[in-house]
Design a binder for this molecule. Structure first.
Ligand SMILES: [Ca+2]
Length: 507
């Protein structure tokens, strides 16, 4: 089964919560993916939604074509109108390709049924293939055919979908569903009949996550009131009736809105985006059993999506200034667009694949899903780890393929019989501790380990004891344990005699 998140909704299969995996001996959870992207198809526009089931990843958004890995925009393009499907393991483009069309057509939400047999799609569109539709449809995953009985008419954009065995929840901007008043949230049976569930919400719903075991659906968005009472941006509703089960009046400041909700066995997680002074852009964890706030992470940089998978909380944002977060970084010009954190205490883990901000609102990644152990990332980026890659990328448990850059050597001091060589630690996107090997005249003289991040690269040194008056060449290599850098440029050192002045030069 898949753990799935899109920009608007997340559901984690509790069976995936392997507690042994989640809590290794040193206490820090283990990230399931390297930071090296797998070869992946691309889109020519923004990916807003991802869903996965049965070794297929479904991609929705605002795009006209997809193109193979490595192709530049305009090259080798294949027609796909706002929807595409890929083999989750190989990444291959699949023939499942209904066109979602209409004025300013876009797919904003995708969600599989719990049994994986049906894929629900929402957004803003009035035709799917040759069939008329009204912003929400269902596809049979077995053959990609439209489920004819599921054809609600939704009066405006659908931005979030959540599913149980009995209900399909739609959230968004609408007021009417199949001719009945439903203000921004509605539930249908899997056969497409409108259910009595109703909640009166005063502004768009952008995120939903339903917890069947607790009879609740968590709802996030731009709203201030639900069912006639104040509920700023986040609420839990009775999943049968729509009655407000809990609101969280002080969890988010004015100006911040929930963009994504996920949960695991014991907690739920919220990702928020804010505008203006004093806003909240980060992530919050709450306890499912009693709605206690467990932690708030106030990194800056608009969180678009959260995903809980195997004991780690993944998120997409443009994080900058995480100085208040354990393991976090100070304000910098370069923003970090993907994060892995401990769900226990929000500690930022050493996993730093990155995208650029790209097109659209310049927000980088917007959707996440995991299928068959592969993390898929969709959004509006045009680069991944500084290389061209648009709209989609993927990360797997291996292989780790990138060697750390090798630092330049410099001469710190010499004295008769001694030379001190120094260098600044390198960094690696998915290994905190790197090993540095220093060679004198081709022979290993020092091996040192040092932890580093891209914002904290300590200086390192080695004092070599050599006969006075001799001349030597030093080179360095850095390894993450799997990939070893080429050796550095050599540093030539003349070790002085008692009467000789100190000298040293890099060649
Ligand atoms: Ca590595």
């Amino acid at each position: 089964m898949a753990a799935t998140a899109v920009a608007t909704t997340t559901l984690l299969c509790p069976a995936l919560l392997d507690t042994a995996f989640a809590a290794p001996a040193n206490g820090a959870p283990k990230v399931s993916f390297t930071a090296d992207p797998l070869s992946t198809w691309q889109t020519n526009g923004i990916v807003w939604a991802l869903a996965s089931t049965g070794n297929v990843v479904y991609v929705g958004g605002t795009f006209d074509t997809v193109r193979p890995p490595g192709a530049a925009p305009g090259e080798k393009e294949v027609r796909r109108r706002n929807f595409a499907a890929f083999d989750a393991t190989t990444g291959a483009l699949l023939p499942c390709a209904p066109s979602f069309t209409g004025d300013t057509a876009t797919v904003r939400a995708l969600k599989a049924s719990p049994d994986g047999r049906v894929l629900y799609a929402g957004g803003s569109f009035d035709r799917v293939g040759t069939t008329g539709a009204a912003s929400a449809v269902a596809l049979n995953t077995a053959d990609c055919s439209l489920r004819k009985e599921f054809h609600p008419t939704v009066s405006a954009t659908v931005r979030a979908i959540a599913t149980t065995d009995r209900a399909v929840y739609l959230g968004g901007d609408f007021h009417l569903v199949s001719g009945h008043t439903r203000n921004r949230i509605a539930a249908l049976s899997p056969q497409g009949a409108l259910l009595p569930f109703a909640a009166d919400i005063d502004a768009p719903v952008r995120a939903m996550s339903v917890v069947p075991a607790r009879g609740r659906i968590y709802v996030g968005g731009d709203f201030e009131r639900i069912n006639g009472r104040r509920a700023h941006s986040l609420a839990a509703l009775n999943s049968t009736t729509g009655a407000t089960a809990h609101s969280y009046p002080h969890w988010l400041p004015p100006g911040s809105a929930v963009k994504s909700i996920a949960y695991d066995a014991t907690r739920f997680y919220v990702g928020a985006e804010g505008r203006g002074p004093g806003i909240f852009d980060g992530r919050i964890a709450g306890r499912l059993s009693d709605d206690t706030l467990l932690w708030r992470d106030d990194c800056a940089g608009a969180t678009q999506v959260v995903l809980a998978y195997r004991g780690v909380l993944y998120s997409a944002s443009h994080a900058h200034d995480c100085s208040g977060t354990p393991g976090g970084f100070p304000e910098r010009n370069d923003r970090q667009h993907l994060l892995a954190q401990s769900p226990d205490n929000r500690t930022i883990l050493h996993w730093f694949p990155d995208t650029n901000e790209g097109i659209g609102e310049d927000l980088g990644p917007r959707a996440l899903t995991v299928e068959r152990g592969v993390l898929w990332v969709g959004g509006e980026f045009t680069k991944v780890n500084d290389r061209p890659q648009q709209g989609l990328t993927r990360f797997a448990a291996g292989p780790d393929t990138t060697a750390p850059q090798v630092p330049a050597l410099s001469l710190a001091t010499t004295s008769p019989g001694k030379a001190t060589i120094r260098w600044q630690a390198s960094w690696d996107r998915d290994d905190a501790s790197l090993t540095y090997r220093l060679y004198r005249d081709g022979r290993l003289v020092s091996q040192q380990h040092k932890s580093s991040t891209y914002w904290h690269r300590p200086w390192m040194s080695y004092t070599d004891v050599v006969p006075a008056g001799t001349r030597h060449t030093y080179r360095l290599e850095a390894t993450d344990g799997t990939n070893t850098s080429p050796k550095s440029a050599s540093l030539s050192v003349a070790v002085p005699t008692e009467t000789n002045a100190r000298t040293g030069s890099a060649e």
